[in-house]
Write a protein that binds this ligand. Structure first.
Ligand code: ADP
Ligand code: AMP
Length: 219
């Protein structure tokens, strides 16, 4: 556990490695990893009221409305396990969500993990995920046993929205809406650009180096 609160936002195009890095950072700093995408997929799977409302949006790669997303995040970040800090992946995704977040919570670092659209498409085509939240790649980050999660032994799957059309739409939304948050975070002095086109360990090292330079330790 770090002594200071450590509140991190990971942003970057689909496939840039946000989930992969969030898992590593969460394990390293003992902080909860919060992915709005995972929370929404869980709601769809459990066919909750929210899940029924958002299923089509997820399948098409469209954003869930801000009111629903902001409320879900605010509720999650208010839980006791987030008091020492958290790692947010997939939120905020537009300026209005970014303003909502900073109006209601303190954030120490926003890391943009940057990759080209070509690399994003390549990565997403090989992505395999487990219900426990772990992410693999059939070539770049394979599980020890094909199709099986190293952590929980679960069956790995292709995400239902990792289809060409939805991937293209998510990349378009990233460039049109999500990347527009960057100047806002820069003015707050919390924004850091990370080269995502390096091996997973090198990306992780770059992020940890910046966190350490700012006086956040891992006990
Ligand atoms: P995001 O959460 O940003 O959509 P993921 O963490 O799910 O991205 O990563 C997308 C895919 O790329 C996964 O299959 C993952 O194993 C792989 N991946 C993540 N980081 C890297 C990297 N630095 N180099 C190569 N492949 C990576
Ligand atoms: P992700 O797992 O981050 O790629 O998100 C998967 C899908 O969940 C997105 O394509 C959106 O439909 C939805 N989603 C996730 N996070 C958000 C958010 N912050 N705002 C709106 N929709 C979101």
């Amino acid at each position: 556990m770090t002594e200071k609160k450590l509140r991190i936002v990971l942003m970057g195009p689909q496939g840039s490695g946000k989930g992969t890095q969030a898992q590593l950072l969460g394990d390293y700093y003992h902080l909860p990893y919060i992915s709005t995408g995972d929370m929404f997929r869980q709601a769809v799977k459990e066919q909750t009221e929210l899940g029924k409302k958002i299923k089509d949006l997820l399948d098409k790669g469209e954003l869930v409305p801000d009111e629903l997303t902001n409320a879900l995040v605010a509720e999650r970040l208010s839980q006791p396990d987030c008091q020492a800090g958290f790692i947010l992946d997939g939120f905020p995704r537009n300026l209005s969500q970014a303003e909502f977040l900073l109006d209601n919570f303190d954030i120490d670092f926003v890391f943009e993990i940057d990759i080209s659209d070509d690399e994003a498409v390549k990565r997403i085509s090989g992505r395999r995920v487990c219900d426990c939240g772990m992410t693999y790649h059939i070539i770049y980050n394979p599980p020890q046993k094909e199709g099986i999660c190293d952590r929980c032994g679960g069956q790995l799957k292709v995400r239902s929205d990792d289809q060409e059309e939805a991937v293209r739409r998510r990349l378009q939304i990233y460039h049109e809406q999500t990347a527009k948050m960057i100047p806002f975070f820069q003015t707050k002095g919390i924004f850091y650009h990370i080269n995502g086109e390096q091996p997973i360990e090198a990306v992780n090292k770059d992020i940890v180096k910046i966190i350490t330079e700012h006086g956040f330790d891992k006990n």
